[in-house]
Design a protein around this ligand. Sequence first.
Ligand SMILES: CC(C)(COP(=O)(O)OP(=O)(O)OC[C@H]1O[C@@H](n2cnc3c(N)ncnc32)[C@H](O)[C@@H]1OP(=O)(O)O)[C@@H](O)C(=O)NCCC(=O)NCCS
Length: 131
Amino acid sequence: MPPYNEEVIERWVSNLPNLIFLVAIYGDKTVGHAHIYKFPHLQRKGTSDLIIYLHQDFQNIGLGTAMLGELMDVAKKERLHRIGLHVIADNGRAVHVYEKAGFKVEGVMKDAYLGEDGKYHDELVMGLLLG
Ligand SMILES: CC(C)(COP(=O)(O)OP(=O)(O)OC[C@H]1O[C@@H](n2cnc3c(N)ncnc32)[C@H](O)[C@@H]1OP(=O)(O)O)[C@@H](O)C(=O)NCCC(=O)NCCS
């Protein structure tokens, strides 16, 4: 999930004004990354997409929940209207953590993701309206 090639890194860096970034640092290592991408287009004003991923040694210990809470606080302060995300339906932990933060399943994209197991997996569209 982290930016995996020059092109993606370039795209992220060139979009900095539209991103709310949050990183988790342990010692001298970055162990978690989350961001909200604020859509710059007029017709999508106030709407955004969220991404979060943690180093595998730092998963399932409450860090993701804490980081989402922090990001929600910033999003509310910035008066964002909507945060959306896509998640593979089998990713039970992520779905649980998103639902705990208030996200609702809005739709299912059937067989939208070709996994490393060579099989297609459903993808959920989730969203949170902040008002
Ligand atoms: C998804 C992710 C951000 C969640 O953060 P995290 O720090 O691991 O999660 P937390 O420890 O805060 O919370 C885990 C919760 O999920 C529950 N859980 C763990 N495994 C689960 C599973 N397979 N199914 C359902 N719930 C599960 C835990 O019991 C806990 O519930 P609780 O808070 O109600 O007690 C993190 O695991 C991650 O980065 N995973 C890899 C990348 C990824 O999948 N990113 C999301 C892509 S959209």
